[in-house]
Design a binder for this molecule. Sequence first.
Ligand SMILES: Cc1ncc(COP(=O)(O)O)c(C=O)c1O
Length: 357
Amino acid sequence: MPDTSSIKSRISKNVKSISAYSVPRIECSVKLDGNESPYDLESEEKIILSEWLTELPLNRYPDSEALGVRTSLSRKVDFPVDGILLGNGSDEIIQMVIEVLGGKSGCVLVPSPTFSMYGITSLILGKRIAEVALDKNFDIDVKPTLEMIHSEDPDIVFLATPNNPTGNSFSEEKVLEILDTSKGAVVVDEAYCDFSKKSYIDHIGEHENLLVLRTMSKIGFAGVRLGMLFACPQIVSEVNKARLPYNINSLSQRVMSFALENPGIVDRKIDLILSERERLRTELESIDAIHVYPTDANFFLVRVPDADFLFTELVKNDILVRRFKEKGRLANCLRVTVGTREENDRLTEALVGIFSS
Ligand SMILES: Cc1ncc(COP(=O)(O)O)c(C=O)c1O
């Protein structure tokens, strides 16, 4: 191997100090670790979609502005098309937002625990993170959050509601108080809003600092990588400057148009996940060793006597859930995505077996 020390000495110190977002590659047939939808398109739906895809000229660049998709989205959500920006997953939009709107105090405020990419991306981009612990119910702790907003003047506050990995929605009055107080941007990340049926998009009219993020990843299209930003057109046009040309490839644009034109396909699966969520909740709550936190999302945070032991035992049963490196509030917690009926049954049977042996 060649000597890379000269190149390595030039790596930005922001990057050196952090570890990459890692997704462990453990192969299990029951995959409940990624908060994805357990339902792929049916084979007949895939055949129809493949007809849509064969029409695409793959030798040509995609529509750089993804105008067709944004126009359909604008009609669906009843929001101006110039207030919508698409990303290669909402991860990419998080990056653009920090690049563009993180330029005054250089501080990004995040509650803890929350989705790790806000922190990772902020650090890579050389921002300072201000973390405020969530309260005992994993809701926003308003007093210290407002104090931090006053003392640090964060350029951006990230609020995922429902929050990942805790699953709960934040109280609306607390979110609105933060919006009223913050002089910087407040990103309300609605990655799981299809399961909570609550959105802040209608508040954008009266809060010019509100940016709402959504994704197709949790409702059946994680492989397509499509995230959406809704905000004031004046803010979107600035964020758009950081968008790489052609960031949404033609295949993804076509799949998104297919999903938007066939809302029944997506909605039916959301309904299935919601009814499975209630069934799984009852099953999990009936196991004494497991504490189940309330959820509005497509996953449960659970606390168990020994998370590492349970994780390993579940893998032996061919079931993958999410465990956490960081301890603190998430000590002995696991995150379990709602699967299909069969997958949820396999999970509960395995749990009953593990805890009764
Ligand atoms: C709260 C939250 N925001 C954003 C994302 C990233 O979504 P995407 O797949 O659109 O990049 C996730 C993924 O788990 C998430 O939990």
